[in-house]
Design a protein around this ligand. Structure first.
Ligand SMILES: O=C(O)C(=O)[C@@H](O)CO
Ligand SMILES: [Mg+2]
Length: 261
């Protein structure tokens, strides 16, 4: 049976962030993930998890300044110190919340920049993060993101990520397979999930097109859930979609997959 985590950066977005934990638990989720809660003290995040009986599955490293165009720091030249600080900060939050996975966004390639050089810096930074994460028993995840939603993003395909993981060969690095992004970049999801399952630590879902509930559009999610069970995927599946309206009203699709009682 697949295990679903509520992505609180997307679901229950009409509520203040702190209230989304309670809403996720009330909807039947046992786990949550989100982009980050660095505005809140670590102890408050921990209390929100404990008070609502939730497991923290994943969050992101600080992304830099979103309004100025940052989409992660890992490939950005001149930002190495900031990146290293962000690794330490995210590992502190992970320790406080018993979270075992952190998503490290690559960042974007600027106009006229050499993507090969940025990729080299990205790899160096990933190794730095992975060495620290290993001591903490945490995995650093790489997620390919489609370049239509995020123009200029360095890491776009599962195959690129798979090569990087193979080359870096570090046990604290793994793949975050976001099916929504990967359908847009390459399709052929069942075969690619199967092929890269041993590198995959986390999966995220949304309908394509539109990034809404995973119950309509060109992907057949029930088929993929059965397939993941059959091939023995034991990780979480993050519900990272934009509900059409009220989050609870759009959760009918999940009922057959939720534990009863
Ligand atoms: O955009 C996604 O997909 C993610 O998983 C986030 O971590 C980035 O905002
Ligand atoms: Mg994602």
């Amino acid at each position: 049976m697949p295990r679903f985590s509520a992505n609180l950066s997307f679901l229950f977005a009409d509520l203040p962030f702190e209230k989304r934990f309670e809403a996720a638990a009330a909807a039947g989720f046992g786990a949550v993930e989100y982009i980050g809660a660095y505005d809140l003290p670590m102890a408050s995040v921990k209390s929100l998890l404990v008070d609502n009986g939730l497991e923290q599955v994943l969050f992101n490293m600080p992304l830099g300044d979103w309004d100025k165009g940052d989409r992660g720091l890992a490939c950005r030249p001149g930002r190495e110190d900031e990146f290293r600080d962000s690794v330490v900060q995210s590992l502190d939050y992970a320790a406080a919340t018993d979270c075992k996975m952190i998503h490290c966004m690559s960042g974007v390639t600027g106009k006229g920049e050499n993507a090969g050089e940025l990729a080299r810096l990205y790899c160096d930074n990933l190794l730095y993060a992975a060495d620290l994460a290993e001591q903490a028993g945490v995995k650093i995840l790489l997620e390919p993101i489609n370049p239509i939603d995020m123009p200029g993003y360095l890491l776009n395909s599962i195959e690129q990520a798979a090569v990087i993981l193979q080359q870096l060969d570090h046990s604290s690095l793994a793949l975050q397979f976001d099916i929504y992004h990967s359908q847009i970049v390459g399709g052929n999801i069942a075969a690619r999930l199967d092929k890269h399952l041993d590198q995959t630590a986390h999966i995220q879902i949304a309908g394509v097109p539109g990034r809404h509930e995973p119950d309509s559009g060109e992907l057949n999610y029930p088929f993929l859930f059965y397939m993941l069970d059959r091939v023995g995927y034991e990780g979480w599946i993050g519900c990272e979609y934009k509900p059409h309206g009220d989050t609870n009203a759009g959760l009918e699709w999940i009922r057959p997959w939720m534990p009863k009682g």
